[in-house]
Design a binder for this molecule. Structure first.
Ligand code: GDP
Ligand code: ZN
Length: 452
């Protein structure tokens, strides 16, 4: 990005196309002179003024409302002028052309938000939350994004950073004065107690962030089960079209099939796999190997069983193998044959949902269950929205604290603990943008829309 502090930029901030009103936003130090040329001077800050937007000859291009926000009390922290004109693409183009003539540059994607971040108006995760608010695929995702925007996530991250700094100072003090008053600071348990409290808090935050991320990015569901139980039929029913091959010959889906879909705005990636069974056929064996490999990348496994026979030994073994690597829901298919009721069955080790891929019975319950798994339940939406990069930073912080704990308890090495505390602090700083690189900022803001 080539922007400099005195570079003034403009863009259409409202949606493209014809509409009642179009909003053009201008931000930068040259806003006062632009206002002088375009609308005969700056309006009083935060007071709507109705006026003509004029060309070089003083002829009106459009007439509308001008709003001025003086630096630093604006969205970007710079002088901002907002022009609300008629929602005509032609008039908007003429107005932007006039602004270019006045030396304004067209804003790049996310440039207003980037300027807001650079001028300390927003933390990085708050800036991301703006994009997430706009892109929200469901009301739950929108509510969570709003809470991120209000700073719920950054406040908790900052509180953890504070606690880490305090502990580092304390630890470094313990290193510098190891035998002060004959007290063993490193060994008295206080450092470990504080460290454990921080780790616990981080663990809670990770759980919330994981929920917030699945709300935004959806779930990756892997469908497993023996041949012919109805995996492909289930996928087709969920996707409502015939993508996977459904046949009576066991083992037709030899490879792994991906399908993108959304349930009430929750993005889902469904992965259909080959049937899991012991086999001598090398091609089929490869399919089974790939199916098992998919478990590693799953957010949730749907284990499909034929309800006329139920959970067999192979399925029990598979459940044991998955263990607590990811949540599993047993989908008891073909209830039209077994005669069992549709929907959630209580009192099982694993959650069982009775469905029929043929009749569609039980699919409402299955959809509700998946929404709940992704944090879309009405009464308990996630505390905030999060992204993969946030989860990654949280897990790096967690790993550093785990190593730090070992250094303290096993090696009694205070310096090494302090180093890990710093690593954890930097990882957390990447979330809010306290600690970041130009590359990261470029990657984040370029995915925003123009005008935001
Ligand atoms: P997969 O091998 O697990 O992918 O199973 P398929 O989806 O290919 O289905 C195998 C056979 O079971 C096909 O003949 C389907 O029509 C049939 N089938 C799938 N689901 C149901 C169901 O809910 N009820 C009944 N009666 N048949 C089903
Ligand atoms: Zn199949």
């Amino acid at each position: 990005m080539t922007s400099s502090a005195d570079d003034t930029v403009a863009a259409l901030a409202s949606g493209a196309g014809r509409a009642g009103v179009a909003v053009v936003r201008i931000s930068g130090s040259r806003v006062p002179e632009i206002a002088a040329a375009l609308i005969g001077g700056l309006p009083s800050p935060r007071q709507a003024r109705v006026c003509a937007f004029v060309d070089a000859d003083g002829v009106a291009i459009d007439r509308g409302v001008a709003l001025y926000f003086a630096a630093p009390a604006s969205f970007t922290g710079e002088h901002v002028l907002e022009l609300q004109g008629h929602g005509s693409p032609v008039l908007v183009d003429m107005l932007l052309a006039r602004l270019l003539e006045l030396g304004v540059r067209l804003a790049e994607a996310g440039e207003f938000s980037r300027r807001a971040f650079i001028n300390d108006k927003l933390s990085l995760d708050q800036a991301e939350a703006i994009a997430d608010t706009i892109d929200a695929g469901s009301s739950a995702a929108a509510r969570a994004a709003m809470r991120s925007l209000e700073g719920v996530f950054s406040r908790e991250v900052n509180a953890l950073v504070e606690a880490l700094i305090e502990l580092r100072v304390y630890t470094e003090g313990a290193i510098d004065f190891p035998d002060e008053d004959d007290i063993d600071f490193l060994g008295d348990g206080e450092i470990e107690r504080r460290l454990n409290a921080i780790r616990q808090r981080l663990e809670t935050l990770r759980g919330q962030a994981a929920q917030g991320a699945s709300l935004r990015e959806g779930l990756r569901l892997v469908i497993l089960g023996a041949p012919n139980v109805g995996k492909s039929s289930l996928l087709n029913r969920l996707a409502r079209r015939d993508t996977a091959i459904v046949t009576d010959i066991a083992g037709t889906t030899r490879d792994v099939l991906h399908e993108q879909l959304s349930i009430d705005g929750l993005p889902l990636t469904l992965v259909d796999t080959a049937g899991l069974r012991e086999t001598a056929d090398p091609i089929e064996a490869e399919g089974v190997r790939r199916a098992k490999a998919e478990i590693e990348h799953a957010d949730h496994v749907l284990l499909v069983v034929d309800d006329t026979s139920g959970l067999g030994c192979d399925e029990q073994a598979l459940l044991a193998e998955i263990g607590n690597r990811c949540p599993v829901t047993v989908v008891a298919n073909k209830i039209d044959l077994s005669g069992a009721p549709a929907g959630l069955r209580r009192g099982q080790d694993y959650e069982h949902i009775g469905v029929s891929a043929t009749t569609g019975a039980g699919f409402d319950a299955l959809a509700a269950h998946l929404k709940q798994a992704a944090g879309m339940n009405e009464d308990a939406t996630p505390a905030f929205v999060a992204r993969r990069r946030h989860l990654d930073a949280l897990s790096r912080a967690d790993a550093a604290l785990e190593i730090g704990h070992e250094r303290l308890v096993v090696d009694a090495a205070g310096e090494l603990l302090a180093e890990e505390l710093r690593t954890a602090q930097n990882a957390l700083g990447e979330i809010t943008g306290a600690f970041t690189s130009d590359d990261l900022l470029g990657a984040i803001f370029s995915s925003f829309c123009i005008g935001k």
